[in-house]
Write a protein that binds this ligand. Structure first.
Ligand code: NAD
Length: 281
């Protein structure tokens, strides 16, 4: 059998947060191609509608639900709208993050404004709690399914200048394991993807110079990541093919965490951001 066909998501309903672009949009397209019906949930209304339209024009099923994942009432509406529309929920993919805030305003703790810390924790960590609080009861009702969380290699290996982001994403790793244990009895698998540097225009990750790009490449053993690299792995984690996999933290990172980069490279990769007012790598 074609391995891609074995990873079918036929009949499943998925919420993908932060799917107005980047990894989330690529995942919405990939999940729908494998048969899932998708709730595209995002703050960005134009991008979110575009994603849903793209899925539908490819022959899939999706709708856009304007959502702020850091607000309880908004998350509750997101889950309710999905269940009303598609009759249940099987897959919750927590992908949304405050990537612009991270690139522009995150700092070492001594220089980090308190509002940035609070906002980062709310969008990148509290959101996982809220989406699971309202989403997991519906997955239980459906007889089981999965949660996919999103961390980063920056939560595995010290990266200077991103203290709010790394703290929030470290919390995502910890809660992935505790939720995996708690909800195994309900046939709900909980896993986490930690991407390396993924080229995502939407996240303003555009490199500011060829040198910056070269340094980022030197932190990987392969080319830089593409949203589709993460989307394909997420689709595998969502599929019955991964029924033996839970509580896992997966570095999908082109080898970023496989070796120790020299201090010079690390500082070259992160120091210029200060000079550029953190406009992106
Ligand atoms: N791109 C990378 O290099 C990289 C590396 C490691 C981890 N990640 C993680 O992968 C995930 C996807 O990243 P991406 O590169 O596609 O970023 P992205 O900025 O393209 O996508 C993030 C999405 O989240 C949405 N969002 C932000 N705040 C929100 C809120 N309060 N409520 C709802 N939606 C909100 C944004 O509108 C955006 O569509 C993120 O969790 C990010 O932290 C990305």
């Amino acid at each position: 059998m074609n391995p891609a066909l074995e990873q079918t998501l036929d009949g499943m309903v998925a919420i993908i947060t932060g799917s107005a672009g980047g990894v989330g949009r690529a995942s919405a397209v990939e999940f729908a191609r494998r048969g899932a019906r998708i709730c595209v949930a995002d703050l960005d209304e134009n991008g979110g509608r575009e994603t849903a339209e793209r899925v539908v024009s490819d022959g899939g099923k999706a709708f856009f639900q304007p959502t702020d994942v850091s607000l309880s009432t908004s998350v509750e509406s997101m889950v309710r709208a999905t269940v009303e529309r598609y009759g249940g929920l099987h897959i919750l993919y927590n992908n949304a993050a405050a990537t612009r805030l991270c690139n522009k305003d995150d700092r070492p703790v001594t220089e980090l404004p308190e509002w940035v810390w609070d906002k980062m924790i709310a969008v990148c960590l509290k959101s996982v709690y809220l989406c699971c609080k309202f989403g997991i009861p519906e997955i239980k009702k459906a007889g089981g399914g999965c949660v996919i969380n999103t961390s980063t290699v920056d939560a595995m290996i010290g990266s200077p200048g991103y203290d709010a982001y790394t703290a929030a994403k470290g919390g995502v790793i910890a809660i992935t394991r505790s939720m995996a244990v708690e909800y195994a009895r309900d046939r709900i698998r909980v896993n986490c993807i930690a991407p390396g540097n993924v080229e995502s225009d939407h996240a303003d990750m555009g490199f500011t110079s060829p040198d910056a790009r070269k340094i980022s490449e030197s932190l990987h053993l392969t080319r830089l990541g593409r949203p589709s690299d993460i989307a394909r792995f997420a689709a595998f984690l969502a599929s019955p093919q991964s029924e033996y996999i839970t509580g896992g933290i997966f570095n999908i990172d082109g080898g970023y965490t496989a070796f120790k980069a020299g201090e010079e490279t690390i500082y070259a990769a992160y120091k210029p951001l200060d000079a550029m007012g953190k406009q992106g790598r």
